[in-house]
Each structure stands twice: as structure tokens, then as C-alpha cells.
Design a protein around this ligand. Structure first.
Ligand code: 5AD
Ligand code: FES
Length: 348
């Protein structure tokens, strides 16, 4: 069939036309998904074995100047706000280091309090205290000079999901104060500075079509990000999209497998959003080709407040519980969480 032909072509050449990507998405069936997942698992194992990289996620501020229509911590949402100070963050790192984390992801809203001086100070302290660890930032759009200062302070990776590679769709998800061009500019700046860059998109976010997803896949194919995070869109109360249905785990898994074939060494997380919609969603993610998990390292007292979407998991668990929970979950499906920075393994 045409579907099988495209899948074979993708597996051998790591690229497809935009139309072919769209076809593979719209004509999928269970059999194709199984077949793709097996290919994705195999290729992932040929590079990373059965090791799963782990990152300690520190959600250090839920204060944000932006008003993204899908996000539970958008400016106009009425959630209770918090901000961790430097001491809190360093404490999270200390706990994380003892638990075996060698990557810390500092994630937060676009909070003006964390200007370059404050954020660089935090980054350089972590860098000095834990020289064997990678520091990943996920703090949204900033100017190139700022990205450069943070890089010089010791951050070497940056997560900035593009959210959608379609300009019109981008503007249906964001207020007019935000722009697609600026988002893409930031992603390119990060690459030019030398960061390992993580991009990504939600699956079945409002107004998303198969064509939009095909554009996302084409973007990954041409940009070759070091990481691509994808998870289902999940309804978030107190947002303009509060009555829009969540996306599907099934399509997310299918896309994870396709992403693995597009760029085999790419780091692909089995996201918390997957685990939120399906009790074994993260396990399914790994079996579909993902190779990273990102357990929560935030202090338990603030976790409930970092609700990007409804019913987020892990909000009541201590960091050690989360870490061990994931270790057990991976063990049960035959994988091993490793104590490692977890750098991308480039094969060219
Ligand atoms: N559902 C799923 N993912 C979401 N994100 C934000 N809001 C939601 C939601 N309602 C994702 C975005 C963002 C990342 C930090 O979380 O893709 O980049
Ligand atoms: Fe947090 Fe399972 S990963 S409790």
C-alpha cells in the first residue's frame, strides 16, 4: 500500500514530502502504528541501547507575562503564583544530585524578575557546584544577548517548543502580542549560539490539522533539533480553550515513532502530558521510540501551582518518589534509567 511505501521510505531516507507526511498521519491504522513503533524502538536501541535518560525538572516560577490561550499559567489565569529563590533552586539541585540526576532543567514562565543578572547568577552557581551536570533552561523568549550571557554562565541546552510550525495556526494559539517569526528567530539564535536546542509541539491542540502536524515534522526534518518534546494538548481550565477537548495518546505515540525515524539520534521525552492522559502513557512513549523522562524535582509545596493543564500527575509526590517511580516503570518494560548527563549521540 501507499502507506507502507511511505513508511519504508521514511525508515530508509529519513525524509518525506509534506504531502506524504500528511498522508501517513491521516491514513494511519493500528497495524501501521505497531510497525512504526517497532522500527522506532529498534533504531533507538541501536543508538541508546535500553538506557533511558533522566532530567530533573525544576519548575521555578509560574509567573508569566504571556497569555497563551492553551496554558494554565497564562497571565490572565487566576492560579496562585509563586517564585522560587536562588536558595530554593540550589536545594532542589542538591536533592536531585543525590538522587542521581546529572541534568537539571530550569523551567518557568516568562517572569521579568529573572533578568539576566539573577538568572546568570543561579546558572553559574549550579555550574560551579555541579560541573559534571548539564544545565537546561526553559524560560521562553529572550533576546540573543541574553541567551548568550546564559550560555556563557554555563547553560548548554535550551527548550523552546515552537508549538506549531504553521504561522496561521500559531496565531490561533497565541495573542497578537506574540509572533511566530520571533519564536522562530529565538530558536535560530539558540542554535547559532551553540545550545543543544529542544523544540516541540502539542498534539491536537485547538485548530490543529494533519497538515499542520506535517509541517511540524518537516521542521524537525530540516532543523534537526537535539530534542523534540511532544505531548497531547490537555484541556486547561481558566483558559480561553477550557472547553476544547484533549488530544489523543494514540496519535502522540504514532508521531513519536515518526520523529524517531526522521532523526534517529534525537532526544525524545515520554512527557508528563502523556502520563497524565494515560496511567502508562510514558511507558507507551518509550515503547514507541522515546528515550528520555523528566521527573519533577520541584518542591512539593509549589507543584500544584504549576498546572499547565488539568489533572497533571506527580503533584503530590516527593522528588525521590518520582525518581523511583519512573525507575520502576522503566524496569517493568525492560529499560534502565541511567545516571548520566544524557547528551545526544551524534552519528555523523
Ligand atoms: N496541554 C499540553 N501541553 C501544554 N503546554 C502548555 N499548555 C499545555 C496544555 N494545556 C506545553 C507547551 C509548552 C510546554 C512547557 O508545555 O507546549 O511549551
Ligand atoms: Fe512522579 Fe511517578 S513519576 S510519581
Amino acid at each position: 500500500t501507499k502507506l507502507n511505501e511511505y513508511i519504508e521510505k521514511l525508515a530508509s531516507t529519513h525524509q518525506l514530502s509534506l504531502d506524504a507526511y500528511e498522508y501517513v498521519i491521516t491514513h494511519r491504522d493500528e497495524e501501521a502504528a505497531e510497525w512504526l513503533a517497532r522500527k522506532a524502538r529498534d533504531i533507538s536501541q541501536s543508538i541508546y541501547g535500553k538506557s533511558i535518560y533522566v532530567r530533573g525538572l525544576i519548575e521555578f516560577t509560574n509567573i508569566c507575562k504571556n497569555d497563551c490561550f492553551y496554558c494554565g499559567i497564562r497571565k490572565d489565569a487566576s492560579c496562585s503564583r509563586y517564585r522560587l529563590d536562588q536558595e530554593d533552586i540550589l536545594e532542589c539541585c542538591a536533592e536531585g544530585y543525590d538522587l542521581g540526576f546529572r541534568t537539571f532543567v530550569l523551567q518557568g514562565g516568562e517572569d521579568a524578575y529573572f533578568n539576566d543578572a539573577r538568572l546568570c547568577d543561579i546558572v553559574s552557581k549550579i555550574h560551579t557546584l555541579y560541573p559534571d551536570c548539564a544545565i537546561t533552561l526553559s524560560v521562553g523568549e529572550r533576546n540573543k544577548e541574553s541567551y548568550q550571557r546564559l550560555f556563557d554562565a554555563g547553560a548548554s541546552r535550551y527548550l523552546l517548543r515552537h508549538e506549531t510550525a504553521d504561522r496561521n495556526h500559531y496565531h490561533k494559539l497565541h495573542p497578537s502580542s506574540m509572533s511566530f517569526s520571533h519564536r522562530m528567530r529565538c530558536i535560530q539564535d539558540l542554535r547559532d549560539i551553540g545550545y543543544d536546542v529542544g523544540i516541540g509541539m502539542m498534539v491536537q491542540s485547538p485548530y490543529q490539522t494533519a497538515h499542520h502536524l506535517a509541517e511540524d515534522l518537516k521542521f524537525v526534518e530540516t532543523f534537526h533539533p537535539e530534542m523534540c518534546g511532544i505531548g497531547p494538548y490537555i484541556t486547561a481550565k481558566d483558559t480561553p480553550f477550557h472547553d476544547q477537548p484533549s488530544g489523543s495518546v494514540e496519535l502522540t505515540l504514532y508521531l513519536i515513532s515518526i520523529l524517531r525515524l526522521i532523526y534517529p539520534p534525537m532526544l525524545i521525552p515520554a512527557t508528563t502530558a502523556l502520563g497524565t492522559l494515560d496511567p502508562v502513557g510514558r511507558e507507551k512513549g518509550v515503547l514507541a521510540g522515546a528515550n528520555v523522562v523528566m521527573p519533577n524535582l520541584s518542591p512539593v509545596g509549589v507543584r500544584r501551582k504549576y498546572q499547565l493543564y488539568d489533572n497533571k500527575i506527580c503533584v503530590g509526590d516527593e522528588s525521590a518518589q518520582c525518581r523511583h517511580c519512573l525507575e520502576n516503570r522503566m524496569d517493568r518494560i525492560g529499560y534502565t534509567v541511567v545516571t548520566d548527563r544524557g547528551d545526544i549521540k551524534l552519528w555523523d
